[in-house]
Write a protein that binds this ligand. Structure first.
Ligand SMILES: [Fe+2]
Ligand SMILES: [Fe+2]
Length: 309
C-alpha cells in the first residue's frame, strides 16, 4: 500500500442514501437532452459493472495480508454495492419515461457474466485463477482511474449546480462521484498487493496492457448506452444517429459550451499519469474536498438527521 494512503488513516463508510425521482423531469439537465443522455448512460452500465467489481473484490479478500487494506476493500465493496442500488432506482426513472432498457441491460449482464471467475466458462487451474483475479482487479483499477477523473471534474466544476439541473439527480451523481474520489486508491492498492512486492515490473506492464483495452472499451460502452437512450427521445433527433467520433466531437463542444459534460480529451490526457511507473491514485484527487461535498449532499444530510433522531 502507498505510504501516504496509509497515513491518510481514513476508513470508508457506506452511506445508504435514498433518492426519489418522482418529480425529476425527463431532461434532468434542463433543456439539454444531449448532456442528459450522456450522463444517464452511467445508469445503464454502472450497476452491472459495480456488482462485477464487488464479486471480484470479495474473491480477493482471502489473499489480503494487510488489515487496513482489508478494511478498505470491504468499505469499497459496501460503497459500490450501494452505488449500484441507487442507479437501479434511476433505471426505474428511465422506465417511467418509457425508455425500453431491459433487453439492453440483459445483454450487458451476459457480457459481464463471461468475464467472471470462470472466463468464457473455462475452468482455470489455481495459478491461472489467481492471475485472472489480478487482471480483473487491474481492470477495476483502470476503470477507477476514470471514475476518479470524473469525480475530480464534478467536485471542481460543479457541473449541475445553480438551478441548471434537477436537484435530486444532481445529488445522486455528485454523491456517487464524491465517493469515487474518496475510495480512489483501493482498487489500485489491492491490485499491487495481489501482484506482490517482488513483481512490480510485471504489475506495471500488466496494468498498461489492461488500460490499452479498458480505455477504448469504457468509451465505447458509454457511447452505446448514450445511443440507446438518445434513439428513444424525439428531442434528441439531432444526435441519435451520431457515430462514436461525432459523439466525442459533440461532447467536446458541449463541454466548452455548458460545462455540463466532462471533457473527453481531459480524460484521455490523464492517462499520462497512469503510464508513470510511480503512478498512485492518491495524487489524482482530494479526499478532504470529497468529504466536504458529501457532507453538503441533501441525501447524506437526510441520512445523518435520521441517525440522530
Ligand atoms: Fe461507484
Ligand atoms: Fe468506484
Amino acid at each position: 500500500m502507498h505510504p501516504q494512503q496509509r497515513l491518510e488513516n481514513h476508513y470508508l463508510q457506506q452511506r445508504r442514501v435514498q433518492f426519489d425521482f418522482s418529480n425529476t423531469p425527463e431532461h434532468w439537465i434542463y433543456d439539454n437532452p444531449f448532456a442528459t443522455h450522456l450522463i444517464n448512460a452511467v445508469h445503464l452500465i454502472l450497476p452491472v459493472g459495480e456488482l462485477w467489481m464487488c464479486r471480484s473484490f470479495n474473491e480477493a479478500l482471502p489473499y489480503i495480508k494487510d488489515e487496513k487494506l482489508r478494511a478498505d476493500v470491504k468499505g469499497f465493496v459496501h460503497q459500490e454495492a450501494h452505488h449500484a442500488s441507487a442507479h437501479k432506482v434511476a433505471q426505474e426513472y428511465l422506465r417511467h419515461y418509457d425508455y425500453d432498457i431491459d433487453g439492453f441491460l440483459i445483454s450487458l449482464d451476459n457480457i459481464f457474466k463471461q468475464i467472471n471467475t470462470a472466463p468464457l466458462g473455462l475452468n482455470l487451474s489455481s495459478s491461472l485463477e489467481y492471475r485472472w483475479l489480478t487482471i480483473r482487479v487491474g481492470i477495476a483499477a483502470a476503470v477507477e482511474h476514470f471514475t476518479t477523473m470524473l469525480g475530480t471534474w464534478c467536485l471542481d466544476d460543479q457541473p449541475w449546480q445553480n438551478k441548471t439541473a434537477d436537484e435530486m439527480m444532481s445529488d445522486l451523481m455528485t454523491w456517487h462521484l464524491a465517493e469515487e474520489v474518496e475510495h480512489r486508491s483501493v482498487a489500485f492498492d489491492l491490485y499491487m498487493h495481489l501482484c506482490g512486492e517482488n513483481n512490480k515490473a510485471f504489475a506495471y506492464l500488466q496494468r498498461q496492457t489492461i488500460m490499452l483495452a479498458v480505455a477504448p472499451l469504457f468509451t465505447f460502452a458509454i457511447y452505446q448506452c448514450f445511443k440507446k437512450l438518445a434513439q428513444q427521445d424525439q428531442h434528441a433527433d439531432p444526435y441519435k444517429n451520431y457515430g462514436l467520433i461525432r459523439a466525442l466531437r459533440h461532447t467536446a463542444i458541449e463541454h466548452a459550451r455548458s460545462k455540463q459534460v466532462p471533457s473527453f480529451f481531459a480524460m484521455i490526457s490523464s492517462l499520462r499519469h497512469w503510464v508513470k511507473p510511480n503512478y498512485h491514485p492518491y495524487h489524482e484527487g482530494d479526499t478532504d474536498k470529497a468529504l466536504q461535498v458529501l457532507n453538503r449532499s441533501p441525501a447524506v444530510k437526510a441520512l445523518t438527521k435520521l441517525r440522530t433522531c
